[in-house]
Design a protein around this ligand. Structure first.
Ligand code: 173
Length: 322
């Protein structure tokens, strides 16, 4: 045997050994995010994928296939439900076609860590299992409020005369305060503002600058309301096909992901500063107007969930509320 053939033989053998565990055990999950990769809202998922891929070698890997340009945001729920993809990072507002009561997740007043203890996570997961064939792996967004952003002054809890871009997150609330609402995907917001098709929009405190919207936004209205929910869902057939070890690993990663929600307070402050530095002003509602703003958000929000899901909304409200 020449040196060359010995090395080639050794390489072939080691390649076999290296490849064997991967084909026998390792699963690669194909994932899509419903928010722009690299943006603040998507960052928790990017970090999750990085950690899973670093620590899950030979066990679980995630192939992050992209954001809204891979699958339109309002289609992501369908895709993970049917198994076109294995995993999704998506807000419940984008899959109300499959799970109408998912609209209630934004109304949670308890962090996910608490919901994992009081039966809340279990019920949310059961609804996701039954109605959309997915496993509810993790929730991000706790501690991130939504806001109204506007190009016209708002100084009371009344949105008469304003046309606002919404998703299901904001619609019931803004409508209850007499706004006209237009639903669009995030990708259409910039142009709608630029052309004056809308006077404002709902969006979390995080991520406005990532999308360039500060260029076409005068002001934010405070206070914020609700809690962002952006969830990691896994196709249920895929979840069931995993080994106990793979599921335990993903659960461990999910709990880690949920601990990063604690960073949101700091990120929110930094984002508010970035908005101010970009020249955006803040209209702050105070006193009775503030109370009306917040109570309308909450009551209109739950009334909507109750309307679309009368059988499940009461239990959901009990588990999620304080
Ligand atoms: O598109 C949206 O405004 C929306 O519904 C949402 C939900 C969660 C996080 C960011 C945006």
């Amino acid at each position: 045997m020449t040196l060359f053939t010995r090395i080639a033989g050794a390489l072939a053998v080691s390649a076999l050994f290296a490849a064997a565990p991967a084909t026998a055990k390792e699963v690669v999950l194909r994932a899509v995010a419903s928010f722009q990769p690299g943006s603040e809202i998507e960052r928790p998922f990017a970090r999750f994928v990085e950690k899973v891929n670093a620590e899950g070698k030979g066990l679980v890997q995630i192939n992050h296939m992209g954001g809204p340009s891979a699958i339109p945001p309002f289609e992501v729920g369908n895709s993970v439900s049917s198994g076109v993809i294995d995993m999704a990072f998506v807000t419940a507002a984008f899959y109300t076609n499959l799970l109408p009561e998912g609209d209630g997740l934004k109304l949670a007043e308890r962090p996910i860590q608490e919901l994992r203890k009081n039966g809340g996570w279990e019920y949310i997961n059961e609804l996701h299992n039954k109605k959309m064939n997915v496993w509810y792996l993790a929730r991000t967004g706790d501690g991130v409020p939504f806001h109204l952003y506007v190009n016209k002054p708002v100084n009371k809890a009344d949105l008469s005369g304003l046309t606002l871009r919404v998703t299901p997150v904001y619609r019931a609330f803004f409508d209850a305060l007499n706004a006209n609402s237009v639903q669009t995907a995030p990708s259409e917001v910039y142009t709608a503002l630029e052309r004056g098709v809308v006077d404002g929009y709902g969006w979390p405190i995080q991520g406005v600058l990532d999308l360039g919207w500060h260029e076409v936004t005068k002001a934010r209205v405070d206070p914020g309301f609700y809690n962002v929910d952006v969830n990691v869902l896994v196709n249920l057939d895929k979840w069931k096909s995993l080994s106990d070890e793979q599921r335990a690993f993903l659960n461990k990663m999910a709990e880690w992901l949920e601990t990063t929600n604690a960073e949101n307070e700091q990120i929110n402050k930094a984002e508010a500063k970035k908005q101010a530095d970009a020249g955006m002003v803040v209209y702050t509602l105070e006193g009775a107007e503030r109370d009306k703003w917040l109570s309308t958000a909450r009551e209109a929000g739950w009334a909507q969930v109750l309307k679309v899901a009368p059988d499940t909304a009461p239990k959901l409200r009990e588990l999620l509320s304080k």
